[in-house]
Design a protein around this ligand. Structure first.
Ligand SMILES: [Zn+2]
Length: 422
């Protein structure tokens, strides 16, 4: 018999086409939402939503979840030293270390209301196992780059393709191909990633124009051509591309990304903490047809995997940078973390609370002092500007309760603490 769940009398931030915020019941059959309204159903599980706000689970569109154990180890140092240390720590990993660190990061995300994440790394098969064991929805991009610049065994493109084949029909894991960035990936690697993605119908996830140094180094080697212009000229840019960062793009490049229907994962906390100097032109991206989403990036540079901080900081950073508090509204930011992310991931299943969609919810407790008095009118603003992850009382992914009354289901901190993380 299919498992059923009902959330009764909750304030629901639907993120549907009309961005309705309403009060009512949500009925879930199996992994999908089958009813939203005032009627009640007999169900196996009931959550009293009287003091609860139910919103679509947040979607983190850029991270390296198997690096969660690195928090606190890479702080307050120049970027060159940060990268040198990261690459060194990254090349010494064990399979159990990758699995355990991924599991830790996944629990951290579930705890803070993130119900889907996009990951860029190698050994994504181990990260897939961690996601499945925790019950997390995961979009995993196996990273490709030049063979002489990787510690991966074998050809990274062949590894990525094998991984996609292995998880192609999985319920929670959606596999795809990744590209590290222009500084370690040749045109052949980019075009091979595009070919694999076209053939297997996946997204392509990769870093793009994170730092000015990376752009200038590339221009020096390519007669003044900029990275995004270059990727357009070789025929790589396309609607499958989800670019992480996109901080240092010119208006011409913003238009090229828009013309090719590309997507950008904006990582404001990571960008600012690494002192990249600029801010991603998110307003210009939106005006030119680029779908903007948000990401945490790794715990080496953030140093957490939640999105409430990222959403608030991103929004207020744009306002301050442009001397205009009307820019990047709460609704726009919430869209980035929900419906925009769903579009960028080429799925219709997640990002909003509507009949037929996956039951992926973050539930906030409105008895928390900072959320008290939240109503239909203030719900979206309060999610972005007032809430933090401590307000998340319950989390549901694929119809399963993974956090209940502030307690993570299946999380055994004592056991996990003693595992290998390198
Ligand atoms: Zn990254």
């Amino acid at each position: 018999m299919v498992n059923t769940l009902e959330i009764r009398n909750a304030l629901i931030v639907t993120q549907n086409q009309g961005r309705e915020v309403l009060r009512g019941n949500i009925y879930v059959e199996g992994s999908n939402i089958s009813y939203i309204g005032n009627g009640t159903h007999d169900s196996n599980e009931v959550i009293d939503g009287t003091h609860k706000l139910v919103m679509p689970g947040l979607i983190n569109t850029h991270c390296h979840v198997a690096m969660s154990h690195l928090r606190g180890k890479l702080d307050d140092m120049p970027l060159s030293k940060f990268l040198e240390l990261t690459f060194k720590l990254d090349s010494e990993r064990t399979n159990s270390g990758i699995y355990n660190s991924a599991l830790l990061g996944i629990y951290e995300m579930i705890d803070s209301g993130v119900t889907s994440f996009v990951d860029l790394y190698y050994s994504e098969d181990l990260i897939a196992k961690a996601a499945e064991d925790a019950g997390m929805r995961a979009f995993l991009s196996w990273v490709t780059l030049d063979q002489d610049k990787t510690t991966q065994k074998g050809d990274p493109s062949a590894n990525a393709e094998r991984f996609i084949g292995q998880f192609q029909n999985d319920d929670l894991v959606t596999p795809s191909v990744g590209v590290q960035g222009v500084y370690v990936a040749s045109d052949e690697v980019y075009l091979k990633a595009r070919e694999i993605a076209d053939r297997k119908d996946t997204i392509i996830h990769g870093h793009l124009c994170e730092t000015r140094e990376e752009v200038y180094n590339f221009m020096e080697l390519h007669n003044g051509e900029r990275p995004t212009e270059h990727l357009d000229r070789i025929g790589f840019l396309n609607r499958r591309f989800l670019a992480a960062h996109g901080v240092w793009n010119t208006m011409r490049e913003v238009r090229l990304l828009g013309k090719n229907h590309c997507n950008v994962s904006w990582n404001p906390v990571s960008n600012a903490k690494l002192g990249v100097g600029g801010i991603a032109p998110v307003t210009e991206y939106r005006e030119n047809g680029v779908t903007v989403t948000v990401g945490s990036d790794s715990s080496g540079s953030n140093n957490n995997q939640e999105l409430f901080q990222t959403m608030k900081f991103g929004s207020i950073w744009v306002k301050n940078e442009r001397w205009d508090p009307a820019l990047t509204t709460a609704q726009e930011i919430l869209d980035m973390a929900t419906v925009n992310a769903s579009r960028a991931l080429n799925t219709n299943d997640i990002g909003s609370i509507e009949v037929g969609k996956k039951a992926d919810f973050a539930i906030l407790d409105m008895r928390t002092p900072r959320m008290m008095l939240t109503n239909e009118e203030t719900a979206v603003s309060n999610i972005i500007y007032s809430a933090d992850s401590s307000c998340v009382s319950d989390v549901i992914i694929n119809g399963k309760i993974l956090k209940r009354d502030r307690k993570l289901v299946g999380y055994e901190p004592e056991k996990l603490h003693d595992q290998v993380f390198i």
